[in-house]
Unconditional design. Structure first.
Length: 310
């Protein structure tokens, strides 16, 4: 039996949210770059720049949309609103559209199409792209607040994780990727070890493509190189995050630096892996010099405290 103190759980809950932000802001510099084979010249600090000329510590779409889900739950807590699934979805939709209307300079294709539809219909249950081959990573990168807030309520965690993904990314592969990820994050925050957390989540999704990705990763050597199949694909991003989390002898910093210097969808791969690693090692596992740059650090810390308190 695992024992854990509430201080540890708060550290890991905070780490989950700030891990997304750190991986995103670190990877913003190398988004769309080619893999860098020379570790001596790797990006190791949050310095901004990149394809969209970010300031150091800026949130990109990954963090902004994570913040949108954070704010949805924060609103519901503040209002004391009856937290039905409809209320959760409406709050998420409101914050997604607020971001969309702000004219973000980096927005994924599936997210853009679905939020355009949401703006027209105002129906978060019908806005998402449900095509089976719509398997982009844009909902996985922002699903983690549900794992933090619903870590002790497995049914609500599943229901809300699937439905919030489907506001933009409604394919089975996309929604189930979010579910597997959030199951692992919740278990890690609650003190379960990584291998057990992934094994349990994979068992729930046994027989699915997402379950097979997790099972294959559990069966692979932890010394395998970073998996890289298709940039922007949700199963690649999920596999990279699982690959990183299972390397328990490597630090969060070392793993995120490795991931983002492979370029490609670096910010999103960093965000998704960063969330798992933050849940594994806590915010205390993130370098102070990184956290000091993160624009939404205070908001995410306060949200984690409120979410863990319930
Ligand atoms: Mg991004």
């Amino acid at each position: 039996m695992t024992t854990t103190t509430s201080t540890d759980a708060l550290d890991r809950a905070t780490g989950a949210l700030l891990g997304v932000h750190a991986g995103d802001s670190l990877g913003a510099t190398t988004e769309f770059a080619s893999p860098n084979p020379d570790p001596d010249t790797w990006v190791r600090d949050i310095v901004g720049g990149g394809a969209f000329n970010w300031a150091p510590g800026d949130p990109t779409d990954d963090t902004d949309l994570t913040a949108a889900v954070v704010r949805a739950y924060t609103d519901l807590i503040a209002d004391g609103t009856d937290q039905t699934l409809d209320a959760v979805l409406d709050a998420c939709a409101r914050h997604f559209l607020s971001w969309y209307r702000s004219g973000p300079k980096d927005i994924g294709g599936t997210t853009s199409g679905s939020l355009a539809r949401l703006r027209r219909t105002n129906d978060p249950r019908g806005s998402g792209n449900a095509a089976p081959d719509a398997q982009a990573n844009g909902s996985l990168m922002r699903c983690i607040p549900t794992a933090v807030y619903r870590k002790d309520d497995p049914d609500r965690l599943a229901e809300e994780t699937l439905a919030i993904s489907a506001i933009t990314h409604a394919s089975t592969v996309a929604t189930q990727s979010c579910l597997l990820y959030n199951r692992v994050v919740a278990a890690l925050i609650n003190g379960t070890d990584v291998r057990t957390a992934i094994t349990d989540a994979a068992a729930e999704l046994d027989g699915t493509e997402v379950g097979r990705v997790a099972t294959s990763r559990l069966d692979a050597s932890v010394d395998d190189p970073m998996p890289w199949r298709r940039g922007g694909w949700v199963l690649t991003a999920l596999d990279i995050a699982l690959w990183a989390a299972l390397q328990v002898d490597r630090t969060t910093e070392d793993l995120l630096v490795d991931i983002i210097n492979q370029g490609g969808d670096a910010d999103t791969n960093g965000a998704i892996a960063g969330g798992l690693l933050g849940a594994r090692d806590g915010v205390s596992g993130l370098p102070d010099r990184w956290v000091a740059t993160l624009r939404l650090a205070d908001e995410f810390r306060q949200a984690a405290t409120a979410f863990v308190a319930g």
